[in-house]
Design a protein around this ligand. Structure first.
Ligand code: NDP
Ligand code: 8X3
Length: 252
């Protein structure tokens, strides 16, 4: 088989855009997300359009045994994974530290950090067999600067930043590239999830901004993963022109 890319959180936003981009370039895909029906729809669309093959692996990345079972039982022909994109993640709530809920905190830490660790650990035995293995972790500008009411989401993404550096160092001896991508505001389902279905509040996130799109991120990830074998982008921060970092915006 040609190259295989494993994408977590592929049912919408950055993950789905990456699936589109890599499929259009002839890669085979393993797609994860909890919403199985969306995965199947994407699979049917991309297999028909681009003549590539897709394996759907619907599981919750924060469920350690579900992660291990799904990945350990990947059919042999799908085991030669070259690129893992750890993208699944979310923010839940935008509340002061003293007013935020413990459940939201647990879900963010379990998904954004522990989920990334579980998936990576399970996929690594396959990645190590690739000639040119790479892991791309989805961080955020929220992991670079803390903003008001960002508390645990920011902390979870700061942890992704740190663990990406750690992986780069510890996996160096296996010649595995590790790249952390830190995007600023991008218009996906992210804000709607954060504000728990409140579309009006979600929309305000992007008021007066020409925000990044999911395609901007997919193009960037594709670039980072198709460089010559001796070149590794260790981390990359990307924002729209109207955003300087997690705090400073020039909204019109
Ligand atoms: P979306 O909400 O559009 O996509 C999130 C994806 O993650 C979905 O496919 C969702 O699938 C999946 N996901 C969430 N929880 C789980 C879980 N427990 N197990 C498996 N999959 C899960 O948001 P984005 O595309 O914007 O977000 C993708 C990543 O980018 C996240 O890590 C986010 O923190 C990060 N990010 C987003 C930014 C933005 O402004 N949009 C900026 C910086 C970083 P399903 O619900 O089907 O499980
Ligand atoms: C998503 C970007 O600024 O909303 O990670 O936290 S932000």
């Amino acid at each position: 088989m040609t190259k295989i890319v494993f994408i977590t959180g592929a049912t919408s936003g950055f993950g789905e855009a990456c699936a589109q981009k890599f499929a259009s370039q002839g890669f085979h895909l393993i797609l994860n997300g909890r919403r199985k029906e969306r995965l199947i729809k994407i699979q049917q669309e991309l297999e028909t359009k681009f003549g590539i093959e897709i394996l759907c692996l619907p599981f919750d990345v924060s469920n350690k045994s579900a992660v291990n079972t799904a990945i350990e039982t990947i059919p042999e022909k799908w085991q030669s994974i070259d690129l893992l994109i750890n993208n699944a993640g979310l923010a839940l709530g935008r509340d002061f530290f003293d007013e935020a809920t413990m459940n939201d905190w647990d879900t963010m830490i379990d998904t954004n950090l522990k989920g990334l660790l579980y998936v990576t650990k399970a996929v690594l035995p396959f990645l190590k067999k690739s000639k040119h293995p790479q892991i791309i972790n989805m961080g955020s500008v929220a992991g670079k600067e803390v903003y008001e009411k960002g508390n645990v989401y920011c902390a979870s993404k700061a942890a992704v930043d740190t663990i990406s550096h750690a992986m780069r160092i510890d996996l160096l001896r296996h010649n595995i590239k590790v790249t952390a991508i830190h995007p600023g505001a991008a218009e996906t389902e992210f804000a709607e999830v954060r504000f728990k279905g409140d579309k009006e509040t979600a929309k305000k996130t992007y008021d007066g901004l020409q925000a990044l799109t999911a395609n901007d991120i997919a193009e960037t990830i594709y670039y980072c993963s198709t460089l010559p074998p001796h070149v590794c982008i260790n981390e990359l921060t990307i924002t729209c022109t109207q955003q300087a970092n997690a705090i400073f915006f020039n909204r019109k």
